[in-house]
Design a protein around this ligand. Structure first.
Ligand code: GLU
Length: 505
């Protein structure tokens, strides 16, 4: 029988959630949804030295904002496998039990080496020109561990309470192979694998042991994680093997890196000129907060759409997808191996597509706070019409002001380039005559204004639309002029024209 699909997102609370992390969460979510399975949030906090206050809460809020909520885990669901924080699981002795089992079967051992002794070993190996000095099947023979010490010596160290770690006993020459869903077959010889620490001297498990134990106990069917974990996967296979679970272990899928726009190197938060966090993140160790996608004005649907296409493709040219839609067609077979290039300009384009699809009422609700901040408490219909006019030009709601402020604020100056070229006494006379005609307009809407303008041009001679625009708004560009005039309103337009004629000789 096929296992029920159960996947997990297992971040460490070591800082804000980076977009690569959210992408991992998203792919887990999509896969679970596609197969009607479970999506679990597990907090991997065994490295106490890297713990950052507030990070866990941030992770939960970020997933909620993205609309990709786990149905089980820290902060979600009813907790069938609780606790979901590794520090709490450690208290229950869950990891120790597995470590003891590995020791008992001869696949793990105690190592008593002090940090000075480990340093010495590294220096010795470097002096001997060993490329990657590590604690392994060869070097462990010269170290102080339960493989080299006598049983009495080991007992003595343990009973005296000397600090020790538990290491995986990697065999000398064994083939390790696994079929990664994205990468295909990976084959490694165990000689390449180091004797990874499983339990640290403070009794905490390392990631290597803890995630395997939890994946077993939480009945995880697929491990979907970033490519940075691929090099450790062979050691993980050995652990499953020694626990007698290699056959039934979760399937592995390693997601490609997200690369910066030049395609060289991973996106880093310090160097990037675009947000790399979903929500703004104030790192307690940094002076300035990092601005997130939310605060930069991205819609969550757009952000998630962008992430989905970082490494996955639908097989055709469609680019705009809801999470719901992707979850119906998502497959790891369509995730590529090579790094996924992130294009910040394209990200803005995505937001624009979502913006265009919002109703004017939705946009009005989002834009109103800006208007109120600027001192305008306007009625709903007016704000909706404003949004309709400016939304074609904008990529973000916060740009609505710059694309239409002149609808609310009378000009204080007039576009110089246009006026120097096109304004003179004759033109002025023409526009004064047009003003008289506008005064008689009774139905002040865009259609009527267009008619009046055309009729006046026929009667009076050519009337330059751009000059008209500058007289009314002060600027040379903007949404459809007659729409703008209609929204400004008759009284105000007439006033503005009067004012312009006074100021412009
Ligand atoms: N705690 C690991 C991380 O922070 C999780 C890796 C995994 O998903 O197994 O990336």
């Amino acid at each position: 029988m096929e296992k029920r699909v159960r996947v997990r997102f297992a971040p460490s609370p070591t800082g804000g959630l980076h977009m690569g992390g959210v992408r991992t969460a998203l792919f887990n979510y999509l896969f679970a949804k596609k197969h009607g399975g479970d999506f679990i949030l597990r907090i991997e906090d065994t490295d106490q030295t890297r713990f950052v206050e507030g990070a866990e809460e941030y992770i939960i809020n970020a997933l909620k904002w993205c609309g990709i909520e786990p149905n089980e885990g820290v902060g979600f669901g009813d907790g069938k496998h609780k606790p979901y924080r590794q520090s709490e699981r450690k208290e229950l002795g869950i990891y120790k039990k597995y470590a003891d089992k590995l020791i008992a079967s001869g696949h793990a051992y105690y190592a008593f080496d002090t940090s000075e002794e480990l340093d010495e070993m590294r220096k010795r190996l470097e002096a001997a020109k060993v490329v990657a000095p590590q604690y392994n099947v060869v070097t462990r023979q010269n170290m102080r561990n339960s493989l080299t010490l006598s049983a009495e010596e080991v007992q003595k160290e343990l009973s005296e309470g000397k600090p020790y770690v538990v290491r995986l006993k990697v065999p000398r020459n064994e083939e390790i192979r696994f079929n990664d869903i994205i990468r295909g077959w990976v084959v490694v010889n165990s000689a390449q694998v180091d004797d990874k620490v499983l339990l640290k001297s403070d009794g905490m498990p390392t990631y290597h042991l803890a995630h395997i134990v939890d994946d077993i106990e939480m009945e995880i069917s697929h491990v979907v994680r970033g490519e940075e974990w691929l090099p450790s996967a062979p050691a993980h296979i050995l652990i499953y093997r020694y626990l007698g679970l290699e056959e039934s272990m979760p399937k592995l899928a390693h997601l490609p890196l997200i690369l910066n726009p030049d395609g060289n190197g991973k996106i880093s938060k310090r160097e990037s000129r675009f947000p790399v966090f979903p929500l703004s993140w104030k790192d307690p160790r940094e002076a300035e907060p990092f601005i997130g996608y939310k605060e930069a004005g991205y819609f969550p649907e757009a952000f998630v759409n962008i992430l989905a296409l970082l490494g996955w493709n639908p097989g055709d040219n469609q680019e705009i997808f809801s999470v719901e839609e992707i979850s119906k067609i998502f497959e790891f077979e369509r995730v590529h191996k090579s790094g996924a290039k992130f294009d910040p300009e394209k990200a803005k384009w995505f937001n624009q597509q979502y913006l265009k699809n919002k109703t004017n009422a939705e946009l009005a609700a989002l834009f109103k706070p800006t208007l109120i901040e600027k001192g305008y408490n306007l009625d709903e219909i007016f704000v909706q019409e404003y949004c309709r006019l400016v939304k074609e030009k904008a990529q973000f709601v916060h740009e609505f002001w710059q694309h239409g402020y002149f609808i609310l604020e009378a000009p204080t100056s007039y576009d110089e380039k246009v006026m120097t070229k096109k304004w003179n006494a004759d033109v002025k006379v023409l526009f004064i005559k047009l003003l008289d005609k506008l005064k008689t307009v009774s139905k002040w809407d865009a259609h009527e204004l267009h008619e009046v303008f055309n009729a006046a041009a026929l009667e009076l001679g050519k009337l330059d639309m751009q000059v008209m625009r500058v007289l009314v708004t002060g600027v040379a560009g903007g949404p459809q002029l007659f729409d703008v005039m209609a929204l400004i309103g008759k009284e105000k337009v007439l006033e503005r024209l009067d004012e312009a004629f006074k100021k412009l000789s």
